[in-house]
Each structure stands twice: as structure tokens, then as C-alpha cells.
Design a binder for this molecule. Structure first.
Ligand code: PLP
Length: 385
């Protein structure tokens, strides 16, 4: 076994060595600017196109529907602020959910200051929102006012409790009402099948570092089938990425997300089986030796490698600090360093005390069964103390 045992793959993943190998040549040997007309620029056109194709294939999209960004945070910002800005004459009402990532919630909060109105839908005890909730929140009032909904933004899978939203059914509601639909799929893509045509969405955010690629690169899917999604760039300049995201393309990073997407595509089924088994092993082991554990999130509609558990009476933060050989989280790392109770756990009805006693495990590609045994043993031992 290699220490530390890393089981916080929902916060970030190690870069797959095959991804490292794929991106290395583009740091020194093939360093060209994809916008240059000379040999060095032309030299990287092919690899960039190939990477774009791999990301598109993973999402069931076309290559020209992929916009490279710096990560899912930027993709969320571009999708929400970009759609709001391009549609403000149409309407100024946006719908989102209580358990969304801060990149979504804070983008919406910012838009509120600019005159938009945001409806934040509550979730049930499992962290889910129903299509009926979305349907009844959609407004069909006067154009250009807060009485007309332009956008629904909901995540595919939650990063803390792993719950899946019924995205396909919610999409149908947005289609009926002619409202744009943005999905933050940073957690779901690469772990479960996600096809933009099957789900029928307009905008999808993903991040490389949640799927064994490097931090600092992500993508936004922007639908181009038929009607073009009205979207304003949030980064102005050289007009790269179809004018939606200016800035010299980070070729090594693009190649890396392409390789990460290719591997995810090839190994999706195999990995889902593995992660499901590891999660069962961890949960069965913990619940057999520790009393009173409560599992958070939906029992069946959930991510395979995610396990959020409340250990009654435990100081989760303390446990994380004490665990020199194991890396796991007391709560989401996304609003880093803040010791505030998680807004996700709060939304599913957890008290601050329960929230402070909750651990989140994120199992991943490089974990194995003996690591799970080690974690079970260590936690059981800690609980005795
Ligand atoms: C990690 C994550 C993000 C942020 O992605 P970055 O690439 O780190 O900006 C956004 N949404 C969800 C659901 C995530 O899990």
C-alpha cells in the first residue's frame, strides 16, 4: 500500500500517468500557438482538434460545440452570466437549486445585484429536485422582466452527497417551456454515461481534474443543433473558441483533458463496477464495526464512488487533521478553508452538529480493496478512542 491513502477524489484526482505522457511533448517540443499560421502553429492544430473530438465524444456532442475554459468554475460562470447577459431583453428570472456548487450559486447571486431574480429550489431529504418543482417555478410573464424565466441551472450529480438529479425529466420541462437548461456535470461525466443529446441540454460544464486530468482546464458544451444558444462571452480579447472565450489556447492542458476524456470513455463501465464495489466494501465495513452511522444522499440514484457518512458525536474536522495516512474530507473542499457548515448538508435537513460530524469519501481510479480495509480499521480504532 502507498501512503497516504487518497480517498478524496471528489475534491480532485491525481493526474493519470497516461495523461502526463500525452501532454508532455506540448510543453517544449510542440509549443506553438494554435493561432499562428507558420509551421509551429500548424503543428499543434491536429492534436487540439483530436482533444476537442475526445471531449465531444465523451459528452455525445460535436467537436464545434466544445469551448475550452479553465475549469468547471469558469464554465459555470460563462454559462450562467453569459446566458443572462445575452437574454436579458427576453427575461430576468433564473432558477437553480439549494445544493448547487458555489460557482453556480455565487454567479446567480451576482446577477441578482444586476437586476435578475433568482429562485433557489429546495431539495428533499436525499438532495433531489423534482421536474414538477421546476415546472411550477417557471414564469411566463412580461418579456424583459423578472416575470419571465430564461434559464434553469441544476447539477447532474452532487459533489458532496453524490445524489443524481432527474436531469432528463427536468430537461423535458425546460423544453416544454422554451427555457435554457444548464447542467453542471463536473462530477457525473466520466463516472456515469452522460449524453447531451439523450439528456437534451443547452449548456454543460465539466472539469479535467475531476477525471484524472490536470487542474486548470475544463470545458463548456454549447449546443449548436438547430437554434444557437444565445451566450455572451465573459472573457473578451482575441476571439478564440468561437469568440466565447478569448485567450491563447493552453495546448498542453487541452491535450491533457482530451486524453483524460478518451480514457474515461474507454474505461467508464469497468470503473463504475470497481467504484461501486469499493464503496460497498467501505460502507459495509464501517457500518459493521461502528454503531449509529447515517449515510447521506439518495440510496440508489447516486454516484458510484461517493460515500457521505455522519458519525454521531464525532468532530469530523479533527479526524481529518489527525489522519496522517489517509486523505478524506470533513466537507466539500470547494469553499475551501471555511469551517462553515456545508450548505448541501443544511439543505437536506442536517443540523450544524450533524454536519460537523460528517465525513465525505471519494473513491477513485487508483484505489484498491486493501486501502478500504486500512481505512475501516483506522476509523474503527479512532471511534473506540
Ligand atoms: C469541482 C467542481 C466544480 C469546480 O470545478 P473547477 O474545475 O475546480 O473550477 C464545479 N462544480 C462541481 C459540481 C464540481 O464538483
Amino acid at each position: 500500500m502507498k501512503f497516504p491513502v487518497y480517498i478524496d477524489n471528489l475534491a480532485t484526482t491525481p493526474v493519470d500517468p497516461r495523461v502526463v505522457d500525452a501532454m508532455m511533448p506540448f510543453l517544449h517540443d510542440k509549443f506553438g500557438n494554435v493561432g499562428s499560421a507558420h509551421y509551429c502553429g500548424r503543428d499543434v492544430l491536429g492534436p487540439v482538434a483530436e482533444a476537442r473530438g475526445s471531449v465531444a465524444r465523451l459528452l455525445g456532442a460535436k467537436a464545434d460545440e466544445i469551448v475550452f475554459t479553465s475549469g468547471a468554475t469558469e464554465s459555470d460562470n460563462l454559462a450562467i452570466k453569459g446566458a443572462a447577459s445575452a437574454n436579458y431583453r427576453k427575461g430576468r428570472h433564473i432558477i437553480t437549486g439549494a445544493t448547487e456548487h458555489k460557482a453556480v450559486l455565487d454567479s446567480c447571486e451576482y446577477l441578482e445585484k444586476l437586476g435578475f431574480e433568482i429562485t433557489i429550489l429546495p431539495v428533499d431529504e436525499f438532495g433531489r429536485i423534482t421536474p414538477e418543482q421546476v415546472s411550477s417555478a417557471i414564469r411566463h410573464g412580461k418579456e424583459g422582466t423578472k416575470d419571465k424565466t430564461i434559464l434553469v441551472s441544476l447539477m447532474a450529480a452532487n459533489n458532496e452527497i453524490g445524489t443524481l438529479h432527474p436531469i432528463k425529466e427536468i430537461s423535458r420541462v425546460t423544453r416544454e417551456h422554451d427555457v435554457l437548461f444548464h447542467v453542471d456535470a463536473a462530477q457525473m461525466v466520466s463516472k456515469l454515461p452522460f449524453d447531451v443529446k439523450d439528456v437534451d441540454v443547452d449548456l454543460v460544464s465539466i472539469s479535467a481534474h475531476k477525471m484524472y486530468g490536470p487542474k486548470g482546464i475544463g470545458a463548456l458544451y454549447v449546443k449548436k443543433d438547430g437554434k444557437e444558444v444565445p451566450l455572451d462571452s465573459q472573457m473578451h480579447g482575441g476571439g478564440q473558441e468561437g469568440g466565447l472565450r478569448s485567450g491563447t489556447l493552453a495546448v498542453p492542458m487541452v491535450v491533457a483533458i482530451g486524453k483524460a476524456a478518451e480514457l474515461a470513455w474507454q474505461e467508464l463501465d469497468e470503473e463504475r463496477v470497481k467504484l461501486t464495489a469499493l464503496r460497498s466494501q467501505l460502507w459495509n465495513g464501517l457500518s459493521a464495526s461502528i454503531d449509529g452511522l447515517v449515510i447521506n444522499g439518495h440510496p440508489t440514484d447516486r454516484m458510484p464512488g461517493n460515500l457521505s457518512v455522519t458519525f454521531p458525536g464525532v468532530d469530523a474536522e479533527m479526524l481529518v487533521l489527525r489522519s496522517k495516512n489517509i486523505c478524506f474530507s470533513a466537507t466539500s473542499a470547494c469553499s475551501s478553508q471555511s469551517t462553515q457548515a456545508s450548505h448541501v448538508l443544511k439543505a437536506i435537513g442536517k443540523t450544524d452538529k450533524e454536519s460537523a460530524a460528517t465525513l465525505r469519501f471519494g473513491l477513485g481510479r487508483f484505489n484498491n480493496a486493501s486501502e478500504m480495509d486500512y481505512v475501516i480499521e483506522w476509523l474503527t480504532d479512532q471511534m473506540k478512542k
